[in-house]
Design a protein around this ligand. Sequence first.
Ligand SMILES: NC(=O)c1ccc[n+]([C@@H]2O[C@H](COP(=O)([O-])OP(=O)(O)OC[C@H]3O[C@@H](n4cnc5c(N)ncnc54)[C@H](O)[C@@H]3O)[C@@H](O)[C@H]2O)c1
Length: 383
Amino acid sequence: MTRKTVRIAMNGVTGRMGYRQHLVRSILALRDQGGLDLGDGTVLWPEPVLVGRREHALREIAGRHGLEHFSTDLDSVLADPTVGIYFDAQATNARVEALTRAIAAGKHVYTEKPTATGLEAALRLARLAREKGVKHGVVQDKLFLPGLLKLKRLADGGFFGRVLSVRGEFGYWVFEGDWQPAQRPSWNYRAEDGGGIVVDMFPHWEYVLHELFGRVTSVQALATTHVPRRWDENGKPYDATADDAVYGVFELEGGAVAQINSSWAVRVHRDELVEFQVDGTEGSAVAGLRTCRVQHRSATPKPVWDPDVPAGEAFRDQWQEVPGNGEFGNGFKAQWELFLKHVHADTPYHWDLLAGARGVQLAELGLKSSAEGRRIAVPEITP
Ligand SMILES: NC(=O)c1ccc[n+]([C@@H]2O[C@H](COP(=O)([O-])OP(=O)(O)OC[C@H]3O[C@@H](n4cnc5c(N)ncnc54)[C@H](O)[C@@H]3O)[C@@H](O)[C@H]2O)c1
């Protein structure tokens, strides 16, 4: 076996996603397993170079994990020819500029979503990457969740027949920050800092719907700010200028209708923090992050509406669990592995900056739909 070191500049590793999912659960987990076997006698050995604005925070993380390299100078990291990949998990507003610099420096780029807060900038990034001939990937982690992998298996296997509708329910209560600290960063609730649930979640719904059931062809959304005042990380009150809930209806290519509620101001009475119910002519499924249950046409009970008698059936018990039939690893790590193979073994990879731009487009049109109170067609973005 030949060991090949791949140096990855990781920007935003002091944040929630950058640290936990990308550094610890993906890159360090790959090192714990001995590297990534490319299957051709080569093992890739990822070497993170931590990048950020606060030196003491980077030093602390590096020390905690026995890492040698960290820097607060992005330009010098990008000028280093031994660094092959730039990864970005910064707050959304800082992303376009950093990615632009990384691509201009000839680095392959891998990034959190959304790639930008507007379509024009998202497309500019995709174009620049194509011109520079670098490889690029965008996080689409929900596709790698066990529940959604099972759902995709059902869709690919024709379980549903003709898909009629998809109902999604996403969200949980995010504390305001006064009497209990908020569990999400305060910039999420300020539009001027790249916050808002539409910009955050519509990119996820775009690729989930697109990859499982068909491209989104129109959007009608109502975005709102249910909690207008919040308290930040320092206990200081601020006005929430971004939307914290959105109620969206999406038409899909092929005729299905999707309706997804996304909210940070909802209390959970569900089995999981996100759930999708898919109804088709041949069968239905309810999938969450991990589980997926089905009810086939042949096993569908016949409820009769009668408000005078108590419900005589346990409806949830009438569904059958879809087996995993295998181990599902961390979804972020699974996608990192595919991206690293794409960069170093030239394997196909379609979750790129153009795919990322589709998500940004849906968020942009969703906000426009909400502001104008109308349904808006979603033009197809092609290479
Ligand atoms: N894929 C997913 O499921 C998922 C989930 C949550 C967040 N995200 C995305 O990940 C990104 C980070 O979100 P998070 O929740 O980890 O946020 P966070 O606030 O916890 O972390 C943000 C990181 O960016 C840095 N940062 C903040 N403001 C900055 C600025 N102005 N300039 C440069 N750096 C700045 C911070 O120091 C920190 O390292 C966001 O773009 C968000 O949309 C993705």
